[in-house]
Write a protein that binds this ligand. Structure first.
Ligand SMILES: Nc1ncnc2c1ncn2[C@@H]1O[C@H](COP(=O)(O)OP(=O)(O)OP(=O)(O)O)[C@@H](O)[C@H]1O
Ligand SMILES: [Mg+2]
Length: 202
């Protein structure tokens, strides 16, 4: 197999941050606002490759993961380059996927996510950017959190307390459909980001 550095170098991203090509042993599994994430085939590792203009985040995020190593709610990391991080591949669904596939998110899951975040706070961090695509329920029912790049920011992040509130006020109610279209969730997210949902301040 090629080295991780060679694999990372095979990822070509254009000026509009579109993926142009990559080695055939990389399978795209996720796209965020700062990176493409691949599964390295025949391994249980994921490679997060940052967009060229945001490559500097790689070192910041890797340092934060370092301070979380040993907390099993976060993936272990194995190698960091100037624009990539190698970490555990997480088998499961993000909360966003759970909602679109109809996998039920229980009050116990919420408690466990709370606990995982409290461990990150106890490690001196300020968990931020906690949204539906950054939280996994694994195929064996455990919680994993990813995308920790903003955990050292000072600003208070209300996203998780808002998600907990929405879970309590709407999702847990019997009338709330447990399977919703991705387009509906994306519209909600966009209204939320623009501060247009009353009582759910950013
Ligand atoms: N270790 C992993 N195992 C499996 N899937 C992953 C892993 N890391 C990331 N993903 C998938 O890739 C997506 C994007 O990853 P990530 O959140 O790290 O990117 P980002 O650009 O920092 O995102 P954001 O837009 O939240 O800032 C995730 O939402 C998830 O679906
Ligand atoms: Mg993310």
């Amino acid at each position: 197999m090629n080295s991780y550095l060679e694999l990372a170098n095979s990822v070509i991203i254009d000026k509009e941050n579109r993926l142009v090509s990559c080695d055939k042993s990389l399978r795209l599994i996720g796209t965020g606002r700062s990176a493409f994430v691949f599964k390295v085939t025949s391994t249980n590792k994921a490679m997060k490759v940052f967009f060229p203009n945001l490559a500097y985040i790689s070192i910041e995020e890797a340092e934060i993961y370092q301070s979380l190593q040993g907390i099993h709610y976060f993936p272990s990391i194995y190698e960091t380059g100037s624009n990539y991080i190698i970490m555990d591949y997480i088998e499961g669904y993000t909360l966003f996927e759970c909602m679109t596939y109809g996998v039920v998110i229980t009050a116990d899951h919420i408690k466990e996510i709370d606990y995982a975040l409290s461990l990150a706070s106890a490690a001196g961090l300020n968990p931020s950017d906690i949204h539906l695509r950054n939280i996994f329920i694994t195929s064996d029912g455990n919680i994993k959190l990813i995308d920790v790049a903003r955990y050292r920011q000072m600003k208070k992040c209300r996203q998780w307390s808002n998600l907990k509130k929405a879970h309590r006020q709407f999702y847990r109610k019997r009338f709330f459909l447990k399977k919703v279209p991705a387009s509906f969730l994306n519209i909600l997210a966009s209204l939320y980001k623009r501060g247009l949902i009353p009582n759910y301040r950013l």
